[in-house]
Design a protein around this ligand. Structure first.
Ligand SMILES: [Zn+2]
Length: 293
């Protein structure tokens, strides 16, 4: 299987820190009492996932759509009115439908990171980490998970977490525009504040391959092997492996376990003579190994 996470090494000069709409509207606003919406999982392209959430009156937003025809079909089938598109980051396999949807739905809001404001097609609202926003009667907020790209953000609605390419089931996206330190900030500090029962909706179906890597790095971890069995049968039945929970990910995803000695040891065994004693350096080592796995 040809691994992974947008092969494009993409020119990494993330330009322009556009002006944010609203300054940090209360970090974590929307936490706690916010409604957790039902989430419609919409496979796109070969292995991308886009998602739809809608309020009780059918006002919907699409998260990371890259195929407008697929998106339109889902909206019609479900009888939903598209009011917004949310972009976790600018890569075209997450934003490819923005322009077509914006021209087909007048007044469509397109929300994405202020850091990538000039690279997200049809953007209308530039967001900063901590900003909150509403989609109909639903409220969500923004977390900084930059590393895969400099402006990568995650969206949170109640207990639903949309991670794009920052965190996958069993893995994470390539560090195109970030370092081990950035990954540590994203995966440990930003996501680290969220509880185990958060539902994780990720950007690609890479789960099986990610867990095979996890099993190679951390072979004594029973949680990896248990999840591998579940995922193998889901994949055999061509069913999506999404969502998982943050608690599960913390049990088997090596990129959330860089602080665990067995994981660090697994990395050190493969990258000798390197100082791999901080979780950030273990993360960088893990990513290097996964890139060629
Ligand atoms: Zn990407």
């Amino acid at each position: 299987m040809s691994d992974d996470e947008d092969k494009r090494a993409d020119d990494s000069a993330a330009k322009g820190a556009g002006k944010g709409a609203g300054e940090r509207a209360g970090e974590g606003a929307g936490q706690g009492e916010a409604i957790t919406p039902d989430v419609i999982v919409v496979p796109m392209r070969r292995d991308n996932y886009a998602y739809v959430v809608a309020d009780e009156s059918g006002r919907a937003c699409f998260i990371d759509p890259c195929e407008a025809d697929v998106a339109e079909r889902v909206l019609v089938e479900r009888g939903l009115t598209l009011v917004a598109v949310l972009s976790t980051h600018y890569h075209s396999d997450h934003t490819g439908a923005n322009l077509a949807l914006a021209s087909a739905h007048s007044g469509l809001r397109v929300l994405g990171s202020a850091v990538d404001a000039d690279r997200i097609p049809a953007l209308t609202e530039a967001l900063r980490p901590g900003d909150s926003f509403s989609i109909g009667s639903l409220s969500g907020y923004v977390l900084d998970v930059s590393c895969h790209t400099r402006g990568h953000i995650a969206f949170v609605f109640g207990r639903a977490l949309f991670t794009g390419d920052a965190l996958f089931a069993g893995g994470c996206g390539r560090f195109f525009e970030g370092t081990g330190e950035d990954a540590y900030r994203a995966l440990y500090q930003s996501l680290g504040r969220l509880p185990d029962d958060m539902l994780v909706y990720f950007g690609h179906e890479y789960t099986l391959r990610n867990l095979e890597f996890a099993a190679a790095i951390d072979p004594s971890n029973a949680a990896v092997h248990a999840k591998l069995r579940v995922v193998r049968s889901l994949v055999e039945e061509r069913r999506p492996t999404v969502p998982t929970t943050l608690g599960e990910e913390r049990a088997y995803n090596p990129f959330l376990r860089a602080h665990v000695e067995t994981v660090a040891r697994g990395v050190r065994a493969r990258i000798p003579a390197t100082d791999l004693h901080s979780p950030a350096s273990v993360l960088a080592g893990l990513r290097r190994l996964k890139d060629s796995f």
